[in-house]
Structure formats: C-alpha cells, structure tokens
Design a protein around this ligand. Structure first.
Ligand code: CA
Length: 225
C-alpha cells in the first residue's frame, strides 16, 4: 500500500510519514499542491492525505483536478479546526473523509485502513467481471460466454489492474510500478508488449470490452460501443 501525503507543514508531514511507515505503508511526501497533484495523477497511490491550505494549488483544487482526470483514489482531507466550513465544500468536491487538525494518530490510521478497504468486493473476489468478461483468480483464465483462454502471470496481473480500474485511465508508469515494481528495469515497451498479448486474448474470446490506448498517457479498459 502506497500513501501520498500532501502537506506543507514540514514537521507534520514528516510525522505522518513516520507514522505511516511504522504501520507498514510506503509513504511519499510533497509540500505543495502542484507537485502533489503531479504525483497523485501517476495513479500509483492507494490513498492520498491532502491538506487544504497549500502553496501553489490549494487542496480543493488538487482534489477537483484529480477527479476531473478520472482518478478515483481515496482522499482523506486534513483541515484546521478553524476551517470547518471547508468540510462542506470538500464533501461536494469528492473527498472521501475528513480529519480536523490536530488529530489522534490512531484515528488517522483507522481512516487510512477504512479507505484502503473501501471496495472489498472489488479487492478480493474469486473472479472479476466486466462487460461480460470474467477473470478467474484461481485458474488464471479470462472467459466470455463459452470461450476462455489462460493468462500468464503478468497478463493476469495487468488484466486484474485494468478490471479494477475499469473506465479509468491507467498510466504506463503506474502499470510499470504496480506490476514490475520500482526496482525493475522494465520499460514502457514491456507494458506495450503485454497489452498487445492481452488484446489478442480478448479478441480470441470475442470479448465485448477493449483496451483503449490513450496517447502519451496509458490505457483504459472499456466496453465496446
Ligand atoms: Ca497547510
């Protein structure tokens, strides 16, 4: 699980990072809204902790741009006690949860856990389904009606990620990091090769879904038509 902390109070940001890392999360910190948004848009984070008052871009603008870009990552907003009216505004703009500063570390961790568990039915089913296509987790098969095909481990991992993020754009960078890991030498080219394998297999089972290429960005799994 990777958490992005966007908070300009340097000491608070460092405390949050320590707290998250001690609890087993990987945590990155950005101190302004602009670089924070850039990082959030990579799609590699499972939760984002977002301060409201930030240099360059405020938290509400960061949140709005994230949602406009089709990014559905759970966002926990951190607000000062004097900014309670902001809560209403943030809720309207698609924040998932609020914490008022100063907060109890236990409460923060409870929120992060709740947000990462938000879609249990999508995270741990035996099979994922989308547009008549079924991805079976025990047999590594992709099927549509009576037709089915077995996937390699990498094909399966990529297909799973696409199905969990159906109708959303997955960047090549996020696919690289999530499937191959940070330390790997894999490049964009590896992603393209596996996407082409998956497309052939989708065609083979006459699937009514397709992996659309978003030029210079990444891929999106969507229904035909
Ligand atoms: Ca602030």
């Amino acid at each position: 699980m990777r958490v992005l902390v966007i908070e300009d109070e340097v000491r608070l940001a460092a405390t949050l990072q320590d707290l998250l890392e001690l609890s087993g999360y990987a945590a990155d910190v950005r101190h302004d809204g602009e670089t924070g948004l850039d990082d959030a848009l990579t799609g590699i984070y499972d939760v984002i902790l977002l301060d409201v008052m930030l240099p360059k871009l405020d938290g509400f603008t960061v949140l709005r741009r994230l949602r406009e870009a089709g990014n559905a990552v759970p966002v926990l907003m951190l607000t000062a006690r004097s900014e309670v009216a902001d809560k209403v505004e943030g809720l309207d703009r698609g924040a998932d949860y609020y914490l008022t500063k100063p907060f109890d570390p236990k409460e923060l961790l409870a929120c992060v856990r709740a947000l990462t568990r938000r879609q249990p039915e999508l995270r741990n089913p035996e099979a994922l389904e989308f547009g008549g296509v079924r991805l079976d987790k025990s047999s590594f098969t992709l099927s549509c009606g009576q037709r089915s095909v077995r996937l390699s481990r990498k094909e399966f991992d990529i297909c799973e990620l696409l199905m969990l993020n159906r109708n959303l754009v997955l960047t090549k960078e996020s696919l690289l990091v999530k499937i191959w890991g940070y330390e790997s030498d894999a490049e964009d080219n590896n992603v393209e090769v596996y996407i082409s394998f998956l497309r052939k297999k989708l065609a083979h089972i006459h699937a009514k879904v397709r992996i659309r290429t978003i030029r210079m960005v990444g891929y999106c799994l969507e229904e035909d038509g």
